[in-house]
Each structure stands twice: as C-alpha cells, then as structure tokens.
Design a protein around this ligand. Structure first.
Ligand code: NDP
Length: 456
C-alpha cells in the first residue's frame, strides 16, 4: 500500500473521497484470492451462475440512483447521462446472465468416434479500465467474464475508482462468492503493470489510450496472455449532400460533445460534402451554441467539465490562438475543469487536430467532394473504431459503410453501442470485440475432445 488516493470532483475541484492506494502487494493478494476462488466458481452449475448474475443485476438496479449520482459527481457527467449509463450496466449483467446456459459447443463428424468442443473459462482475468465511462466499461468486461466462469481482478482508473469499489461490495451482497470479483484501486504504472506481468493472470482486457494499449500488448506477450484492447478513435461522421441536413446537423454535436468529447467513439471528424458546407454550418451553429454546459447534478445540463486540469490543458493545446474556430459554446465561470464545445472549420485531414484523438469537446469539420474522396479521407487515420454515414441514397450509404475501415458504424444515426451487438475497432483502435454474443469468445478457450467409440 502506498499512500492514499484523493478522488476529485471535476465540477468543483474538491476532494470527494479519500481511499487507500493499492500497490503491487495488493495486486498479488487479489490475484491469489481470485485464483483460489476459480475452481469452485467454474464448477457452479450454469443455471445457478445465471441466477447469481440476475441477482447482481437486480441489486445494481436497486442502487442505480446512488450509483448514477456517484458517477455523475466523480466523472463530471450530466446526471441524465449517468442514469443511462447505469441502466446499461444493469442491462449488460442481465444480458450475460443468459450466457452460462448458452455456451454451446459443437459436435464435428470424424472417423472412429465422437468429436466435441467445449468453451472453457480462462481463469483469472485482469481488467484495466479508464475514467470516461467507469462502471459501464467495467461491466462490459466483468459480466461476460463471470458468465463464462472466469474470476476477475478489476483495476479502475485512479481518477474514478468509486463506482468499481461499489460494484465489488454489491456483488458480495448479491451472493457472489468471496474472491470471484476483486477490485484494486491504484496507479496503472504499478497495479496495471503488475497485472499485465503476473504469471497467474490468463488474460488482460483493457480500455484506454492506444499508447498504453501498445505497452500492455507488449507486456502480455512475455507470458502469452490473451489480450483484448479497446483503444482510441478519430471517427468520421460523413454527411453527403443528399442527406437530411437538418437531422445530420442536429445529431452531430451529441456525437462529439457527449461526455464532453471524452469518448473513444466520438465522431470528432465531421466530413461534409463541399456543396452543402455553408448550409450545414448554418444548421450546426445554433445547436452547438445551445448546449447547456454546467453542474453535472443539474437535470438541464447536457455537458459537464473535463475530468482533470491536465485533460483540459491537453485539449486546449489543440486550439491555439490561430485555430479556425467557427462555432463556440459557453462554459460556467469559477471552479471546475470547463472547456466550451468548439467547432473548427474548415480543417484539412492532415492537420494535427484532425489526426490525433483530442478527447475533449473539439470537432473538426473537413469538406470533401464526392464519394471516393469521402471514403479516402475517412480511412486516412491510424484508428478505426466508429463512424456514421448520412445519405438519402440507401445504396450509397451501405456502399460507403462497407468501404470504411471501422468496427462500428451507423447509417443516418450516430448511435452504435448496444448491449446486444458487437463493439470494437479496426486498425490501432484495438483487438477483439466487447458486448453482444462476440464478447464471450474472448473470455473462453475452445477445447476439442475426441472420444473413440469403436475398436481401432
Ligand atoms: P490511459 O490509457 O493512461 O488509462 C487507462 C487505464 O490504464 C487506467 O486505468 C490507467 O491507470 C491504466 N494504465 C496507465 N498506465 C498503465 C500501464 N503502464 N500499465 C497498465 N495500465 C496502465 O488513459 P489516460 O487516462 O492517461 O488518458 C489519456 C488519453 O487516452 C486520453 O486523452 C484519450 O485520448 C485516451 N483514452 C481513451 C479511452 C478510450 O475509451 N478508448 C479512455 C481513456 C483515455 P491510472 O489512470 O489509474 O494510472
């Protein structure tokens, strides 16, 4: 143990909690507890494991008001958004509560016997999660991992550890056996690294920056750990001249300023067909200027502060004095890590603001001419997480969606994250898929068993 974590409320800059900071020893102890709990948890009958996960979902639902307030205060997100996120946490546990009884194998025709496959749990799975959607992203990993019979050590971000610690308490109260879900709150450079290097950890599931993800993949290679990585993004929102421009302009701000832009799915490059650029900008301006930025606990708030002073500094560096600021919203004065919704236009796709993940409320509008250029610009990035296509021509919309090198895409909509559908990135946005049926593949190993039935 090394000192204490002071948890800061980003809207007030005040300390909202203090807790012991875990170090390498606490990680080792958590991994040992998980390892000891594994054989019994793996052997819980599928229906009983399903019931326990349902009970956990119910317990979370009962506590959802408190959890939403905690998340809104600690992560600085609007209370309405926080409620939606805790709702998704509950839904995620419910969805995967259906999994233990549906982890089906195959029978494969072979000579001389019967061949069958089993989906076996991995053992101790470490999860390293970020501060932008603390409990939601944790649930995307914890729920399928537990459903498949794994045991978990979860490391939340030091900036936002409170909801994960609540989850650990609630899980115990709901009847999950001791040691099945363990939370260690400590720094990534110590606790995260220890989990990545630990010989008793079978897999690391990580969400965060591409840079740290790269280090985790390299570290995990030492012990051939399984790894899933959900990393950064610089997603494109393509608006063609034949789209419903009012609808596209009304939806674009939410897709980049949601969670104050601290969202790996943020559609932070808005690609607009040159012939309708002026019309689009005129429709976009009033929507951006009307965004209510303020106290996360105020029901009217649509955007809160950034997570930290450091994050605000990093975001501001993308908007120097000579930046082409076309639209800018308001922010409250006084304490809090505020940054206004900002639209830069026009921006070239090779400008720094268009290439790097800003992770703040800054959008770049990039004009294009024609379908081929739109696709080329959208794909000209190291990332490939999310994106949207707005067009009134169904054939074009689907053609472009298929041509984009990105894992999650929506047509005439900017929503693409659902509990029941796969989520994850192409290229340097990551490896593997979360949510939907696909996540379970990443928390199980396939075992093949051949049973000889006849004489040789
Ligand atoms: P990080 O990638 O540093 O943090 C994510 C998680 O990884 C945290 O739990 C962190 O712990 C942990 N971590 C940090 N270093 C290590 C390490 N060496 N080994 C193992 N685990 C580690 O993100 P930041 O918080 O620094 O944010 C920086 C940028 O990353 C953002 O501006 C954004 O661009 C991107 N990002 C992307 C996210 C996404 O959803 N894809 C989420 C968050 C950030 P701790 O913080 O406690 O030290």
């Amino acid at each position: 143990m090394s000192g204490t974590i002071e948890v800061i409320e980003p809207a007030t800059e005040a300390v909202m909690a203090e807790l012991p900071r875990a170090g390498a020893e606490e990680v080792d102890a958590a991994v040992a507890r998980a390892k000891a709990a594994f054989p019994a948890w793996r052997d819980v009958a599928p229906g009983d494991r399903a019931s326990l996960l349902h009970r956990l979902a119910e317990a979370l639902e009962e506590r959802s008001g408190d959890l939403a307030t905690l998340e809104a205060r600690n992560a600085g997100k609007p209370i309405g958004d926080a409620r939606g996120e805790i709702g998704m946490v509950v839904e995620t546990f419910r969805y995967y509560a259906g999994a233990p009884e549906r982890l089906l194998g195959k029978t494969i025709p072979v000579a001389g016997g019967v061949d069958m496959t089993f989906r076996e749990p991995l053992g101790v799975v470490a999860m390293i999660v970020p501060w932008n959607f603390p409990l939601t992203i944790a649930s995307w990993k914890v729920a399928p991992a537990l459903a498949a019979g794994n045991v978990v050590v979860l490391k939340p971000a030091e900036l936002t550890p409170l909801s994960a610690l609540e989850l650990e308490r609630i899980a115990l109260e709901a009847g999950l056996p001791e040691g099945v879900l363990n939370v260690v709150a400590g720094p990534g450079s110590v606790c995260g690294r220890q989990l990545v290097e630990h010989p008793d950890v079978a897999k690391v599931a990580f969400t965060g920056s591409t840079e740290v993800g790269r280090g985790i993949a390299a570290g995990a290679a030492e012990t051939i750990k399984r790894v899933t990585l959900e990393l950064g993004g610089k997603s494109a929102n393509l608006v063609f001249a034949d789209a419903d421009l009012e609808a596209a302009a009304a939806a674009a701000p939410g897709a980049v300023f949601g969670n104050a832009g601290q969202d790996c799915c943020a559609r932070s490059r808005i690609l607009v067909e040159r012939s309708v650029l002026d019309e689009f900008m005129a429709a976009l301006a009033p929507v951006v200027e009307a965004i209510a930025v303020g106290d996360p606990l105020d029901e009217a708030t649509q955007m809160g502060p950034l997570i930290s002073a450091g994050q605000r500094e990093a975001v501001a560096a993308y908007v120097p004095d000579d930046a082409p600021v076309a639209i800018r919203g308001d922010v409250p004065e006084g304490e809090g890590y505020w940054y206004p919704p900002t639209v830069l236009a026009p921006v070239a796709n090779d400008d720094r603001a268009a290439r790097e993940e800003i992770f703040g409320p800054v959008a770049c509008v990039i004009p294009f001419s024609g379908e081929a250029e739109a696709i080329a610009l959208a794909n000209d990035t190291i990332y490939g997480l999310s994106g949207s296509v707005w067009s009134g021509d169904g054939g074009r919309a689907l053609r472009v969606a298929r041509a984009l090198e990105t894992g999650v895409i929506s047509i005439n909509s900017n929503t693409s994250v659902r509990v029941s559908t796969p989520f994850g990135g192409f290229k340097q946005s990551g490896v593997g898929r979360e949510l939907g049926p696909d996540a379970l593949d990443h928390y199980t190993e396939v075992k093949n068993v051949y049973y000889a039935t006849g004489e040789d």
